[in-house]
Each structure stands twice: as structure tokens, then as C-alpha cells.
Design a protein around this ligand. Structure first.
Ligand code: EPZ
Length: 417
């Protein structure tokens, strides 16, 4: 298994271009199934999760051409409606293909996506919403057998939680459903707006995306379109955390500053100065980070749960005690055990993590537990003295394009064995 070797406690410098958003590319690839023509996606990141989505589309019969950040999907040759177990297990967010397959094929057979490192990852909100739109779903032996005897129809859906994936599944199914769909308590993440922009470019009639109430007027069919994927705000947050943890002045380029607003107060409270210039953001950290009284993860526009781990790593070397409250996932502190191996001082009590900042972390062999937990270990390794050896790179490769290449170009001493 390959490992990342980081010789830390080095100052970084320069500028890193942020790749397209993983959590936008995946639903966009699923949504292309509903289109009546070719879809041209630009600025797609080269990540293993995107590879998995490509394999799912090919399995369904779509033709997919990929070169660099361009993905061209032609859904007209779609002939299957099932996602095999191995692909569902490889990427649990494959559940966002359900609405698209049902909308195109009138039926779908998916295995239960199952849990992941963050906890059980239920899909009850997805299933109850689609049932209200006319999908008959039989759950047996871990399989979801879906049919739409009378076709998809609009519905008023009130989500008990502003689930990103459920909002995406409903949007994708609703664009070609008969009648109007209203989503109350919809997710407001930028990736929802990106999906709505894509679908509206294809001729859908979605209004209110980005707000808590979204309305979709169903249309008979939609075309294909050309679309550029928004930048990955979590990748941007990760590089900013690396800069803060190493006391480095860095610039992240090709970002949407508005998408980073939920994390800016945390960086500023830690003593960092953030300057925005168009699609660039520069960070100027203090010589020693200050603690952040409390970091509470919330649905957008609150502090993003995906940034919790990298920001925790940065605050491990702050002066003082920072408190984290993880309100979105029930077990998203698996990276804490690995951070302790690097000399961090963290106590976890249920959803609360108490981080007592230390002067210096020291390198050690650690193992990534999940995607963002792995990112936290990279941030901590860059700050730690000595060598940090990170295993479990399959997790990191799901969400960070060319991570070691970017870090090396910023002056980090990183090698992948
Ligand atoms: C998306 O996951 C992202 N993944 C996650 O990013 C991100 O952490 C999450 O949204 C929250 O922002 C993709 O976009 C591919 P949710 P998703 O449905 O859609 C509960 C990363 O690191 N819930 O908003 O699965 C659920 O258990 C990944 O890039 C239900 O109870 O998130 C969780 O506690 C990790 N029932 C909460 O809602 C449901 O039917 C948020 O889940 C669905 C969700």
C-alpha cells in the first residue's frame, strides 16, 4: 500500500489552483441521465469518486468520454436500471443516482448503500420523498427495487433534515415529473445551486435553489447542456488550514469567496488575515494561531462538517483550547485517535471534541480513517516536526486531486512511496 511521507514544520509559499467540486461533479454526472442529449462538463476533478461515477454511467449504458477536466456524457444509449453491489459499496453517495435512473427508466434496482466511516448514513429521507413522487420501493435483502407504475408526479416534500443528497435526488426526479414539486427545508449548499443551474441550462424549471424552499415545475423532457463545475470549497478550506497550521502566507486560486464565508470567521478568530481578490483568496496567519472558542458544524450556510477535521488539525497547534461540536454526522471524530499519535491533546465526549493546543506536533506513522480525516492528518503532518507517514491514501484520493503535487509546488517535503 502506498504511503505519503511528509517531513513537516516547513513554511509553504505560493499559490494553488483549487479543482472542481467533487460534491458537485457526482450529482451532475447522475443528473445527466435525465437529459435528452449530450452533457459537456468542464472543470471536473480527477478523483476516484468521479471514476466510480463514470463506471456507473458506463454500466447503465451511457457513453462517457473523459479528457483532463472535461467529461462528455451521452445518456441516449442508457439501457440498464441497476447499480451492482460492488459499485454501491465503493461509493455510498451512489444513492444520488436513484432519482435519475427512476426518472429515465421508470424503474431502478440498487443495493443498500450501507454505512461508511462517518456512521450509518441512512437514506430514509431519500426514499420517503421519492415514494411521495410515485415511486413504489420494495426493500428486501439489502436491495431497493423501485418501480413507477403511474409515472413520477410532483409533490410537496418537507425534509426533516436539510439532507444534501435527498435534496439532489428530489430535484433530479422532479424536473421531468408531472406537475409541481415543492421542497421545504431543502439543503442550501452551493452544490445544490450548481445542480439547479445545470438542470435549468437543460431546460428545467427550478426556482429557489440555495434557499430553504425550492420549487420545480415538471417539464416533459430536458436537453443536454454545457456546464462548468464550481470550485471545491472543502479542498480550498483544506489548503487554507495547511497554510494556517504551518504559518505560511498562501493563495488559493479559482475559488468562489462567497462559498468560503462560513469558514472565514473561524480562520479570523484564530488570528489569520484573509484577503479576497476576485477568484483568489490569500491567507496571512499569525506566528502562533489562537484558539477558536467554538466550531459548530451546521448545514450550509453554517460551518461545513467536511471542514471540521482539517480545521481541527490546524487548531491542534493553537494557543489555548478550542471546542468542536459535530452536529451533522454521529461519528466524525475517527481522525482524533490518529492526531493523538502526532502529539495532539484532544478529548472527545460524544459530539463534542475539546482541543487543547500544543506548541508542536511530532511526526509518526498514522492511518487515514476517511476522506476528510485523512486531510486532517496531512495538515497535521505538514505542521509536525520530523516525518509523518500516512497510510490509507485511497481515502484521500477520493477527494483531493494531485494533493502531493500541489503541496510540493508550495514547497512541502512530501513523497508518495
Ligand atoms: C453530502 O453527503 C456530502 N457528500 C458529504 O461530503 C457532506 O459531508 C454532507 O453532504 C453534508 O454536507 C456528497 O455530496 C457526495 P446529508 P450526504 O444527506 O448527502 C442524515 C465528503 O467528505 N440523513 O446532508 O450523504 C445523515 O445521516 C462527504 O465529501 C438522514 O438521516 O449528507 C447525516 O447525519 C462526506 N437520512 C445528515 O443527514 C437521510 O435520508 C447529513 O446527511 C439522509 C441523510
Amino acid at each position: 500500500m502506498s504511503k505519503l511521507l511528509i517531513r513537516g514544520a516547513r513554511e509553504l509559499r505560493g499559490e494553488v489552483r483549487i479543482h472542481g467540486a467533487k460534491n458537485s461533479t457526482l450529482p451532475l454526472m447522475a443528473a445527466s441521465l435525465v437529459c435528452g442529449g449530450k452533457c459537456y462538463l468542464h472543470n471536473c476533478p480527477s478523483l476516484s469518486d468521479v471514476d466510480t461515477s463514470e463506471r456507473i454511467l458506463r454500466h447503465l449504458g451511457c457513453s462517457v468520454q473523459r479528457s483532463g477536466g472535461e467529461i462528455v456524457i451521452d445518456p441516449l444509449s442508457t439501457e440498464r436500471c441497476d447499480i451492482p453491489d460492488d459499485l454501491m459499496r465503493e461509493m455510498r453517495s451512489s444513492i444520488i443516482f436513484l432519482g435519475a435512473i427512476v426518472a429515465r427508466m421508470g424503474k431502478a434496482v440498487l443495493s443498500y448503500p450501507g454505512g461508511c466511516e462517518l456512521g450509518p448514513r441512512p437514506i430514509d429521507l431519500h426514499l420517503s420523498a421519492l415514494r411521495r413522487m410515485g415511486v413504489v420501493i420494495r426493500e428486501d435483502h439489502g436491495q431497493l427495487n423501485c418501480v413507477v407504475p403511474d409515472g413520477l408526479h410532483g409533490a410537496v416534500i418537507s425534509l426533516a433534515f436539510p439532507s444534501v443528497g435527498a435534496t439532489e435526488n428530489i430535484l433530479i426526479a422532479a424536473v421531468v415529473a408531472r406537475g409541481t414539486t415543492v421542497i421545504n427545508n431543502a439543503a442550501r449548499e452551493p452544490e445544490i445551486c450548481d445542480l439547479a443551474d445545470f438542470l435549468n441550462s437543460c431546460g428545467a424549471k427550478i426556482s429557489g435553489a440555495g434557499e430553504s424552499t425550492v420549487t420545480v415545475e415538471g417539464v416533459a423532457s430536458i436537453s443536454g447542456c454545457e456546464h462548468r463545475v464550481i470550485p471545491d470549497r472543502i479542498a480550498a478550506a483544506t489548503y487554507l488550514a495547511a497554510a494556517a497550521a504551518t504559518g505560511s502566507a498562501l493563495t488559493v486560486a479559482d475559488v468562489v469567496p462567497r462559498h468560503l464565508e462560513p469558514i472565514i470567521p473561524v480562520f479570523e478568530e484564530s488570528g489569520c488575515i484573509l484577503r479576497t481578490d476576485g477568484d483568489k483568496m490569500q491567507i496571512l496567519p499569525p506566528s502562533r494561531l489562537r484558539r477558536v472558542k467554538s466550531v459548530r458544524t451546521m448545514p450550509y450556510p453554517g460551518f461545513p462538517t467536511d471542514a471540521q477535521a482539517p480545521i481541527m488539525a490546524m487548531l491542534c497547534v493553537a494557543d489555548g483550547t478550542s471546542i468542536f461540536v459535530e452536529n451533522i454526522f454521529e461519528s466524525r471524530y475517527k481522525h482524533v485517535g490518529e492526531l493523538l499519535r502526532l502529539g495532539a491533546n484532544i478529548k472527545v465526549e460524544g459530539r463534542v471534541a475539546i482541543v487543547d493546543g500544543v506548541e508542536q506536533l511530532s511526526g509518526a506513522p498514522v492511518e487515514a480513517t476517511d476522506l476528510r480525516g485523512g486531510a486532517a492528518l496531512v495538515v497535521a503532518g505538514l505542521a509536525a516536526s520530523g516525518v509523518t507517514e500516512i497510510g490509507g491514501l485511497n481515502h484521500l484520493d477520493r477527494g483531493y486531486e494531485n494533493l502531493e503535487g500541489n503541496l510540493i509546488s508550495l514547497g512541502a517535503d512530501v513523497t508518495r512511496t
